[in-house]
Design a protein around this ligand. Structure first.
Ligand code: GUN
Length: 281
């Protein structure tokens, strides 16, 4: 069994990115900049944002976090985004989700110019990804994709099962796997015989937010299992996959924590650098 070490892969990717930032600095006499907008005081969001900032600095990016209280008005956020859109020192803008209820997520996402949309959430980037054109790709599925490719470089013809249909994970994951010529089945919490569907997968990506949903007898031998879940339970943080059971069957599996999570942040840095390069050309 291969335990896919997301921490190690993310460290390798960060090292590559650090070198790239250094050569971009020589070439353009400036470095890519990432600006994160954080609204409210949700603890998980604060932890994510702190990790993003730390990693960005580590690879040599210019990094800035702008914080607002929960009560901030939508127009204040939109005006800040318009300002950042025009700021030449900012290559990537990320508004940390979830947002307070009184702020319209769609409006906020669409306010960021697609060229600086490091999350790949803007409809222009979503459309470009689904049409197979160049686009920003959401960080979590991009991280999953890179981990899968490490284990199995040739995915052509493989059967992939994606559990979860969110805009953040399931849908973009599907597009990335399709681009690799996988036969992709998108499943979700309402799918009938989810176990039967999973059993067909050479690759199973679980991104549904149900603790330890995927059991040992849901997975066929030699499959690659990617666990996107981060669920708080009485026994601590667990994924969407019952790790102890599935790791006895699968060819390769990501742990939680230490699997997809570290790659997500490394991919955000990668996307920021990609945005910078596209903005220069
Ligand atoms: N909150 C949880 N994951 C994400 C993400 O990938 N991007 C943003 N903007 N917010 C998040």
């Amino acid at each position: 069994m291969i335990l896919i070490d997301g921490k190690k892969e993310a460290a390798n990717l960060r090292e590559e990115l650090r070198k790239e930032v250094s050569s971009l600095k020589t070439k353009y006499n400036k470095v890519p900049g990432l600006t994160v907008i954080l609204i409210g005081d949700l603890t998980p969001s604060q932890i994510y944002v702190r990790n993003k900032e730390k990693s960005a600095k580590e690879v040599g990016l210019k990094s800035e976090v702008i914080k607002y209280p929960d009560s901030v008005e939508e127009i204040t956020i939109l005006k800040k985004i318009y300002e950042l859109n025009k700021d030449d020192t900012v290559s990537g803008i990320l508004v940390q989700l979830p947002l307070p209820k009184h702020i319209n997520k769609k409006k906020v996402i669409e306010a960021i110019i697609p060229e600086k949309d490091v999350d790949g959430f803007h409809p222009m980037n979503v459309g470009n990804l689904s049409s197979g054109y160049k686009s920003s790709v959401p960080c979590t599925p991009l991280g999953c994709y890179l981990l899968i490719k490490k284990v199995e470089p040739n995915l052509s013809g493989k059967k992939a099962v994606v559990i979860g249909r969110s805009n953040l994970n399931g849908k973009p994951m599907t597009q990335l796997l399709l681009k690799e010529n996988c036969t992709v089945t998108i499943t979700h919490s309402k799918t009938k015989d989810l176990k039967g569907e999973c059993l067909k997968g050479d690759i199973v990506v679980a991104a549904v937010g149900i603790p330890e949903l995927v059991r040992g007898d849901w997975i066929k031998k030699d499959s690659i299992v990617i666990d996107v879940g981060i669920n708080k339970t009485e026994k601590g943080i667990v994924g969407d996959v019952a790790f102890d059971e599935v790791s006895k069957i699968a060819k390769a599996i990501t742990p939680v924590p230490g699997g997809v999570g570290p790659m997500t942040i490394a991919c955000l840095l990668k996307n920021t650098i990609e945005c910078f390069k596209r903005l220069q050309s």
